[in-house]
Design a protein around this ligand. Structure first.
Ligand code: ADP
Length: 298
């Protein structure tokens, strides 16, 4: 029987500068990037679905068309009539990228607004993937709805994977961010944090600190990514370390962590082994950072 990899979060319209001075429109977002790469990494025995909320306008329809064309299942997506999708614009200034966002009223912020729909959707999944950004964009009371629904799916046998993807600017304040992320960890089986973000937010002194803090929440597997440096995997008390091969020319690190997560999870779901999964994650991330853009074809 086909299994379902379900990613939950916000996909946005991306306006990226093109060589001719115009902007090129695309679609991206951390959890969407992971779903997109998971679709390529997983076999036919897995269906990859995205759960979000969009509006019922033309740009929302185009976003759903893009997901359909990417072979990502869109049957769970909610339509919220008086809202539309979020947007961000990339500006280049002497090669430095900066981002401007229009997402504060996006439809995706209402994705957990109906607890019954949320629970029914999560019940269709074998693997549920979400991130700190998924949690940050929700109204505070609906964060609890999400955690309760995830916990219920976990109790019914789903595996839960969570990337804290800490973005302090999306949160009301740092304490709220730290508490929500630790609450999310408490309902997760696989944690995929990035060390630099964790050190900044929690004061961790090394990757092992990060892993032990999350395993203290009862998380069986914690993978602490660490850019080009050695990463650490903590699996029910056992530590493994893995250093990615150097990448000769880093062009654009967008979606490094998202693509790592997809290839790691796809490999781990196949084999149940951490070592090949770490290598698969690092190998895909290396290809992604060697090219411009979040979603690369080869
Ligand atoms: P995020 O993009 O979420 O902040 P990281 O920067 O930790 O995540 O990177 C995720 C993964 O991408 C790393 O575990 C590593 O495999 C790969 N990676 C990132 N930067 C480099 C780099 N400079 N050289 C080689 N691999 C890298």
């Amino acid at each position: 029987m086909t299994k379902r990899f379900l990613s939950i979060g916000e996909c946005m319209v991306e306006m990226a500068p093109a060589a001719d001075g115009n902007f090129r429109m695309g679609f991206a977002g951390d959890t969407l990037n992971t779903a997109w790469y998971a679709r390529r990494e997983l076999g036919k025995d897995w269906d990859v679905a995205y759960f979000t909320a969009v509006g019922d306008d033309a740009i929302s329809a185009r976003m759903v068309d893009f997901l359909d064309a990417s072979a990502i299942a869109t049957d769970l997506i909610r339509r919220i009539p008086d809202r539309t999708v979020g947007l961000y614009l990339i500006q280049l200034d002497n090669g430095e990228r900066s981002f401007a966002y229009w997402r504060s009223e996006s439809a995706a912020r209402r994705l957990a607004g109906d607890a019954d729909i949320l629970k029914a959707n999560l019940a269709t999944a074998d693997l549920i993937y979400f991130s700190g950004i998924t949690v940050a964009i929700l109204p505070p009371s609906e964060r609890q709805t999400l955690f309760a629904s995830v916990a219920e799916a976990q109790a019914n046998g789903a595996t839960i994977a969570f990337d804290p993807n800490l973005r302090p600017r999306l949160w009301e304040d740092a304490d709220t961010m730290r508490k929500a992320v630790m609450d999310a960890a408490a309902v997760s089986d696989i944690l995929l944090p990035s060390y630099e973000d964790e050190a900044n937010a929690f004061g961790d002194r090394n990757t092992e600190d990060t892993a032990r803090r999350y395993s203290g929440q009862g998380v069986p597997i914690v993978i602490v990514k660490n850019g080009a440096c050695e990463m650490l995997a903590l699996d029910r008390g056992n530590i493994q370390r893995f250093t990615p091969d150097p990448v000769a020319s880093v062009v654009d690190t967008t979606a490094a962590g998202d693509s790592f997560n997809a290839a790691f999870l796809a490999s781990y779901l196949r084999s149940g082994e951490l070592s090949p999964a770490l290598a698969a994650g690092a190998e895909l991330a290396a290809r992604v950072i060697g090219q411009r853009g979040a979603l690369i074809d080869s």
